[in-house]
Design a protein around this ligand. Structure first.
Ligand code: COA
Ligand code: MG
Length: 297
């Protein structure tokens, strides 16, 4: 599987037919932008959106921000045209919504491989990210996660899943617990980024932060956003805190000292420390480097 790209803490959706919002998005602190051709764009506006996205990608400087495009779902007649009209502008990747099977991703994989070849680009240079947001998609996660070498993230879509499964959305989100957990587990098993659901009430920053904390506890590495004001809280909560970094550095240091003395498990501050604790500490330090909070070693 592909190595996940950068830190990818915050991924902001931007309606593909809004040149104004795309221009603004390029100035915002998102790690990733998802220029949308799917649900944020009315059917009559699809062509305008494809054109607007292609022109924006060619003309606007996005700096270090990753530029993704969300195409229409594999079972609609729109996705091929979405790729045909935007691929020449060389996005970093495509987000595929409502993925329900490995075959759907493989179909897009073949399409992208042919297009890359035609453009003379390095093969597998365009990334794929799968948004899983139907009951069938959740049942097929294991195959979806292994469908393509260019796949590097699984994204969890709660609103569409609720619409599909009949779940009633609540502030705590417990109705999503199984699907949200199993998606994270599939991503971890196949070395993919796991990106948490959108928080739709974009005025409620307290609720957003609560949801970010739970997502991090589950193991998610980033979260989709719909509004600029959501970016700072998401970036902060998906970065290791100064305390977490300090604690991880200390754990690794003490562990090495103990290991040198031939000791595998020991107590620190009244808690047992052994190999899995150190593995987690190394993950924290890796993310601290990715987010610029620690220098690269
Ligand atoms: N990307 C870039 N800029 C955005 C933005 C976004 N997702 N959402 C809002 N903005 C901009 C607005 O254009 C406005 O810019 P300005 O101050 O320069 O005029 C500013 O941020 C404040 O926006 P605000 O007036 O609070 O929001 P709004 O009423 O214009 O838009 C939404 C509200 C929900 C329609 C808008 O946030 C949006 O389009 N979100 C993304 C929707 C989407 O893509 N959904 C599909 C995936 S779930
Ligand atoms: Mg949707």
């Amino acid at each position: 599987m592909a190595a996940p790209h950068s830190a990818r803490r915050s991924l902001l959706f931007v309606p593909g037919d809004s040149q104004k919002k795309i221009e603004k998005a390029a100035t915002l602190p998102a790690d990733t932008l998802i220029l949308d051709l799917e649900d944020a764009v009315a059917p009559a506006q699809k062509d305008v959106a494809r054109q607007t996205v292609a022109t924006a990608l060619s003309n606007i400087t996005f700096g270090r921000i990753e530029r993704l495009i969300r195409i229409n779902p594999p079972r609609t007649p729109f996705w091929q045209k979405d790729i045909d009209l935007t691929l020449p502008a060389q996005p970093d990747g495509y987000v595929v919504p409502k993925v329900e099977s490995a075959e759907q991703l493989q179909q897009i994989e073949l399409y992208l491989a042919a297009a890359e070849h035609e453009q003379g680009w390095q093969s597998s240079s365009i990334r794929l990210l799968a948004l899983v947001e139907t009951a069938l998609g959740i049942m097929n996660l294991k195959a979806i996660a292994q469908a393509s070498a260019r796949l590097d993230a699984l994204l969890f879509g709660a609103e569409d899943l609720a619409a599909d499964s009949g779940a009633i959305r609540t502030p705590g989100g417990w109705e999503m617990f199984y699907a949200r957990s199993v998606l994270l587990t599939a991503a971890a098993a196949f070395n993919l980024h796991a990106i948490d659901m959108v928080y739709v009430d974009h005025h409620d920053l307290e609720g957003l932060q609560q949801e970010c904390k739970v997502a991090r506890q589950l193991g998610y590495t980033g979260k989709m956003a719909i509004h600029p004001r959501q970016l700072d809280p998401i970036n902060r909560l998906f970065s290791p805190s100064p305390d977490e970094i300090e604690q991880a550095l200390r754990l690794v240091k003490v562990y090495h000292e103990q290991a040198t003395a031939g000791i595998g498990a020991f107590s620190l501050d009244g808690r047992m420390v052994d190999k899995p604790v150190i593995q987690s500490a190394h993950k924290t330090l890796h993310r601290a480097r990715l987010t610029g909070l620690l220098p690269d070693t």
